[in-house]
Write a protein that binds this ligand. Structure first.
Ligand SMILES: Nc1ncnc2c1ncn2[C@@H]1O[C@H](COP(=O)(O)OP(=O)(O)O)[C@@H](O)[C@H]1O
Ligand SMILES: [Mg+2]
Length: 284
């Protein structure tokens, strides 16, 4: 089995109006990775995600899936889209209508599967997303978070190996947001490779195995959050907030309230552990 499921080599992309959105992006996506794309608006995150299942074709450079350069024939693209599912930022662009059940069954129904196989895939996808109870609801009557879950169920019903989500938590309340991240983790545990774009540095630092920080159509910095934040307060001083936990840790260190730690904390639990070890009392 290959270790890299996707690879971008020097990908450039120009929109038809002449806007250059990607200027030589290269990075590798290991199988079963959890990757967060970050960077300011206009950095090229969405454009990059749309290259992963062939919606966009590089103006220059290549995208490899399973170590093979992508082919852009209709047949190959159809095959690729079963294996790489994309969840757009706006669920309205992806919902087809009818009931949730009908919407989710649309993809598998196009795979020439037997009725009972389609039914089983839809049921399983609805269950994974925790929306079995919404199966008979018209999609237009759902809340934003529910619509997002319905789109994700539709993607899961295709049983993709890679799931890419564009700003998945952007319009969700905190509970829906952590529920969604828990879902992505459970899909990852089952073998899926997950790529998200996000502006939420706290979420990304605590969740991702790899951060890819973009700006101006280029990758400015890539690596594990541990490596990116180790020993420094700021990962990248341009247009990117520092995760709150990292900032707190540096503040506590500067004020000699905690001792130096070999690894920079990335989650609240990490930071609490350091505080406890430094003699602080945890009364929670
Ligand atoms: N459909 C489009 N036509 C022309 N330019 C576009 C289009 N979509 C995005 N762009 C431009 O491409 C660049 C990258 O945009 P985008 O990939 O949406 O960035 P991000 O998702 O990081 O905010 C920006 O300059 C944006 O204005
Ligand atoms: Mg975007």
């Amino acid at each position: 089995m290959n270790s890299c499921i996707l690879e971008l080599n020097d990908v450039h992309y120009n929109y038809s109006d002449g806007t250059t959105a990607l200027k030589g992006v290269s990075f590798q996506v290991p199988r079963q990775a959890k990757i967060a794309l970050m960077g300011p608006n206009g950095a090229g995150k969405t454009t990059l995600l749309l290259h992963l299942n062939g919606i966009h074709r590089p103006s220059r450079g290549t995208v490899l899936f399973n170590e093979r350069p992508m082919c852009y024939s209709r047949k190959e693209i159809n095959l690729l889209r079963r294996r790489v599912g994309i969840v757009f930022q706006d669920p309205e662009l992806q919902l087809l209508g009818g009931t949730v059940y009908q919407d989710v069954s649309f993809g598998p129904a196009n795979l020439n599967l037997q009725e009972d196989q389609i039914h089983q895939r839809v049921r399983q996808a609805l269950e994974l997303c925790g929306i079995t109870g919404l199966a008979d609801r018209p999609v237009h009557s759902l809340s934003c978070g529910q619509k997002k879950l319905a789109v994700i169920a539709g993607v899961l019903a295709m049983e993709p190996e890679v799931i890419a989500l564009d700003e998945p938590t952007a319009s969700l309340d905190p509970e829906a947001s952590s529920g969604l991240m828990a879902l992505l983790d459970s899909l990852n545990d089952r073998g899926a490779t997950i790529i998200i774009s996000t502006h939420d540095v706290d979420l990304a630092a605590g969740w991702a195995g790899q951060l890819v920080i973009m700006d101006g159509g280029m990758v400015k910095l890539a690596g594990s959050p541990e490596d990116i934040y180790y020993g420094r307060e700021k990962a990248y001083n341009l247009k990117l907030k520092t995760p709150l936990v990292v900032e707190m840790y540096w503040h506590l260190r500067k004020n000699k309230l905690v001792s130096d730690n070999r690894a920079t904390p990335l989650t609240r639990e990490d930071l609490l552990e350091i505080i406890k070890r430094s003699g602080g009392k945890d009364t929670g």
